[in-house]
Design a binder for this molecule. Structure first.
Ligand code: I3P
Length: 172
């Protein structure tokens, strides 16, 4: 592919596919096609494969599963993308990746273990849908209206970013 054409395709949302909203089921489950880049394996280790892949992403409870496509997820849910295990969202956080400007409609998922992923959706609405859905599952007790806990001085990890200060969470 010509370099200019490739750059344009990368910058804009994946165009060959029809715009498709993530499928939402009553229990907070989300399922849809996103373009994913794994950036960090842990806080100190970059992911070995940092290519963008268009894959089917499924949010189920506090886990995120990856599949080649929706057909695979529905017919053979044990067959994950490249055999990847599900990602644990507890104490993770999702937010619009305002700092990432190479592509539009990108959100970032930071995991409690330091893992870091970028996801590109088809549009901003879908981006917010995923961010809110993930954050609601990442801290379910807070989403359910639990009191925020006051930690004793010094017990908060210094390197941990303040989490989820500006997203309204839906009660499950
Ligand atoms: C990666 C690919 C990604 C790029 C990444 C490259 O190469 O070009 O698109 O991320 O850059 O390593 P490959 O496909 O050969 O694995 P960006 O699109 O964000 O630039 P990185 O090494 O800076 O993460």
């Amino acid at each position: 592919m010509q370099e200019a054409a490739r750059a344009e395709q990368q910058r804009t949302a994946y165009s060959p596919q029809p715009s498709q909203s993530p499928k939402e089921s009553g229990d907070g489950e989300l399922e849809g096609m996103l373009v994913r880049k794994h950036e960090w394996e842990s806080t100190t280790k970059k992911a070995s494969n940092r290519s963008w892949d268009r894959i089917c992403v499924v949010l189920k409870g506090s886990q995120l599963f990856f599949y080649k496509d929706q057909k695979t997820y529905r017919s053979r849910p044990e067959e994950t993308w490249r055999g990847e295990t599900a990602v644990d969202l507890i104490n993770g956080t999702a937010e619009i990746a305002a700092d990432y400007t190479k592509k539009k409609h990108v959100f970032r998922l930071r995991l409690a273990n330091g893992g870091d992923y970028l996801f590109q959706a088809n549009d901003d609405d879908q981006c917010h849908q995923w961010v809110n859905g993930i954050n609601a599952q990442a801290a379910p007790e807070e989403a359910a209206g639990g009191k925020s806990q006051t930690l004793p001085p010094g017990s908060e990890k210094k390197d941990e970013p303040k989490r989820r200060s500006f997203f309204t969470l839906k009660k499950k």
